[in-house]
Design a protein around this ligand. Sequence first.
Ligand SMILES: [Zn+2]
Length: 186
Amino acid sequence: MATLSPLPPPPPPEHSKLEKSRPPLQDKGNIWYNMCPMQEKLLIDIGRIEPDGADFDGEVDIIDIDEEFVHPFGGVRYNLHAQLFSNELLLRGHLEQDFDLVCSRCGKDFDTTIKVDDWVVSFEVDQNTLEVDASEEARSAILLELPNYPVCSDSCVATEGTFGAAAPSSALAAALEEFEKNQPKK
Ligand SMILES: [Zn+2]
């Protein structure tokens, strides 16, 4: 009796490093934009706000920096409560943005989420105000939370020779700061 020989095992999958979704900021004809367009302004529609306030959440593409050591990806996710007081709009809530940063100790890049908890901002409004653009304020709040010397993990230690001269290590930066402080004043 003929026996079926077992099928050869499938070849192992090719392990390619997954590309992070980092859509080009300029190319608006990009298919990614057509499929899930992201707002580019954090707009608060005043007409939606009830006497006891209204919640606004979503994701906006407002962090436009793309530096050697700081790459944002995705958009700013926000979850805000808006309230109107006579001539003031008060926004309060949470903001967060994913970044690909370079560790200031070991020089490797790593992903992190910068969060702003309990963000509060207010805007002057009048009867004619239809919407308020909070993009700039949200952008600054996120950028302020970026660490000057990002570290990939608490246990990371600087490895000699792994890091280029482009960004100083935290120890070097601290030493420079100390040096400058101790310079005689003119
Ligand atoms: Zn590190």
